[in-house]
Design a protein around this ligand. Structure first.
Ligand SMILES: [Zn+2]
Length: 308
């Protein structure tokens, strides 16, 4: 084990932040969030920042996640104080609420075009953007489709910008959100599912607050794409993400939450995979093909050990 996957200058910038991951309160996960199995395989013991984070994959379905994982309070603290400086230190340039606006704008425009064929043909009035940050994506969808938007996000600072832009905001996490009978025509979960504490529970909640004819958009960071491009499993693990989805685990989880994939899109960054979904019956026993799970573990061993 070591830091060989991290360049020295990057390691020094991260070390200078003085964040000690090892002392953060953590919880051990006993049941796979996707299939409920208890057996898992440890894949990695260190993350892309050099923190001692353990990533495991469920031996039955392949769902990959940090275990142990920081508690909700530790994550709240992490997002308030460390997340943006840490990502800045990793990339060696400032990344904050202002600088991410341009990136989010470009993302929002791509998303609007992706949704257009589905939204142009139906009457949609209300959008809930889960993890909607400063509201850049919500604003673009409001402008393009003339809908009313609500932004749900735990980061109070980021919500201020959304309020300033005239959006309705709800502070908090989807896991705790009480819609009080409110339903939406469109729900978006953009670049957020990997950050959740209860992914399947959140998808089921979204299913409940989506109208019967409603549309749901979600995207994942494809973990396979991430480790293939890094040439390293450790280089694709980061403490900011409790979950590491592949196309297979994401699609099975969508089935288990009661969603049918209408369209799938590889984003032009070759990393994110987006899904437009409608509601269908819940398939609570869906599992990835066992061949996939076996191939996934083989590929991980190959990436860990193939000579380059
Ligand atoms: Zn599982």
């Amino acid at each position: 084990m070591g830091f060989t996957h991290i360049p020295d200058d990057r390691l020094q910038r991260i070390f200078a932040l003085g964040y000690d991951y090892s002392v953060q309160p953590k919880e051990r996960i006993h049941l796979c969030n996707l299939c409920g199995a208890t057996e898992h395989t440890q894949l990695a013991h260190i993350d892309r920042y050099g923190y001692e984070a353990t990533a495991v994959a469920c031996s039955v379905c392949g769902l990959t996640f940090l275990n142990p994982v920081m508690s909700g309070e530790a994550y709240a603290d992490f997002y308030t104080k460390i997340y943006r400086p840490l990502v800045s230190a990793y990339h060696g340039r400032l990344i904050d609420v202002d600088t991410i606006q341009d990136e989010q704008m470009a993302y929002a425009e791509v998303l609007a075009e992706f949704l257009r064929p589905w939204l142009d043909s139906r009457k949609s009035n209300t959008l809930l953007d889960v993890g909607g940050s400063t509201g850049v994506v919500a604003r673009e969808l409001v402008k393009t489709f003339s809908i009313n938007a609500v932004v749900l996000d735990p980061a109070a600072d980021e919500l201020k910008s959304a309020v300033g832009a005239g959006l309705e905001v709800i502070p908090g996490f989807i896991e705790q959100y009480d819609p009080m009978g409110r339903e939406y025509d469109l729900v978006t979960l953009c670049q957020t599912i990997d950050h959740l504490s209860d992914a399947l529970g959140s998808l089921r909640k979204i299913h409940n607050l989506l109208k019967q004819e409603g549309l749901f958009f979600v995207d994942i960071v494809d973990f396979r794409a991430a480790y293939l491009r890094q040439g390293s499993i450790e280089g694709a693990i980061k403490i900011d993400h409790p979950y590491y989805f592949t196309e297979d685990t994401a699609e099975v989880m969508l089935s288990r939450a009661g969603f049918k994939v209408l369209q799938k899109n590889y984003f032009s960054d070759n990393l994110h995979v987006g899904y437009i979904c409608s509601k269908k019956g819940i398939d609570s026993t869906a599992l990835p093909d066992t061949t996939f799970v076996r191939e996934y573990f083989r590929e991980i061993r190959y990436i860990q050990n193939a000579r380059r």
